[in-house]
Ligand binder design. Structure first.
Ligand code: ZN
Ligand code: ZN
Length: 239
C-alpha cells in the first residue's frame, strides 16, 4: 500500500491557483506532509504564468523560513514545453533558482516560432507521425534541461508514454501520475514501470482544499501494483 508523504505539484495565486503560498503550506502541514512543492506555471504560459518570478521566489523563501520547523517548502515551477527541440521556459538567469523543475505540455503556452505553433496548436492529430514528433519533443526536453518531473504526460497531446518512460528512466526524470488529469491507464503504468522509471503522485491542486487530494492517481498506482520505492513522494517505512 502506498501512502504519500508530500505533494509534488501545487499552484497558488502567483499563477492561477486560488490560495496564497502560505495557505498551501499550512494546508500541507495540516495533512502531516513532510514537504510541499509550490509549482506555478512557467513564464511563457499565455494567461497563467508566474507574473513576477522574483516576488514568487521571495514569497516561497519567506514561507520556507517561517515554517522551517513544520515542513520543508520547495520552490518549483511547472515549465512549459515550447518546441519540438525540447525548449522550455526557464529564463537563464534563474537556472539555479529552483529546488525542483516540473515540465509539461500546456496548449496555452507561447510556442517558439511558426512551425511549433502549427504543430502544437492545430487539432491534435493521433497520426503515427504526430505521436512520434511529440514523443521526441519530450525526449529532447529531458536532454536539454534539468527536469525532475514530467507532469500529466499525454494530457493535451498524444505521446508514446513507454518511449518517454524509457528515456526518463535513463536520465533520472520522474513521470507524474496526476490526480487532476489522470491520463495514465493502469496497463500503461505497468508497462512504464518495467523500464525502471520512477513516478511522482501530484495533486495539481489549484485550491487549498485540493492539497494532498491524490485519490484517482493513487488508485491507479495501486491497481498497477507500484511499490512505494517506485514513487518518489511515497512515505518510506522507517525501521
Ligand atoms: Zn499542468
Ligand atoms: Zn499544474
Amino acid at each position: 500500500m502506498i501512502e504519500i508523504a508530500w505533494d509534488t505539484h501545487t499552484h497558488t495565486l502567483h499563477s492561477h491557483g486560488t490560495g496564497t503560498v502560505e495557505q498551501n503550506v499550512r494546508a500541507a502541514i495540516e495533512k502531516g506532509f513532510t514537504k510541499i512543492v509550490i509549482s506555478d506555471h512557467g513564464p511563457q504560459h499565455l494567461f497563467y504564468n508566474i507574473k513576477d518570478v522574483d516576488a514568487y521566489l521571495k514569497d516561497i523563501d519567506a514561507m520556507r523560513k517561517k515554517y522551517k520547523n513544520d515542513i520543508e517548502v520547495l520552490a518549483g515551477v511547472e515549465f512549459n514545453l515550447l518546441s519540438e527541440d525540447g525548449d522550455m521556459d526557464l529564463p537563464p538567469q534563474y537556472a539555479d533558482a529552483f529546488d525542483i523543475h516540473l515540465m509539461g505540455y500546456h496548449k496555452l503556452a507561447r510556442f517558439l516560432g511558426l512551425r511549433n505553433n502549427v504543430h502544437f496548436l492545430l487539432p491534435k492529430s493521433h497520426s503515427e507521425k504526430a505521436v512520434r514528433r511529440n514523443t521526441q519533443a519530450y525526449i529532447n526536453a529531458m536532454d536539454k534541461n534539468r527536469i525532475d518531473i514530467i507532469t500529466h504526460i499525454g494530457y493535451g497531446i498524444p505521446v508514446d508514454k513507454l518511449a518517454v518512460a524509457k528515456h526518463a528512466a535513463k536520465v533520472g526524470t520522474a513521470l507524474e501520475i496526476n490526480a487532476k488529469h489522470p491520463e495514465f491507464t493502469t496497463g500503461e503504468l505497468m508497462e512504464c514501470a518495467k523500464t525502471g522509471v520512477l513516478f511522482s503522485i501530484g495533486s495539481d491542486a489549484h485550491s487549498i482544499d485540493r492539497i494532498g487530494d491524490f485519490a484517482p492517481a493513487l488508485k491507479k498506482a495501486e491497481e498497477a501494483g507500484l511499490m512505494p520505492e517506485q514513487v518518489i513522494n511515497a512515505r518510506r517505512n522507517e525501521l
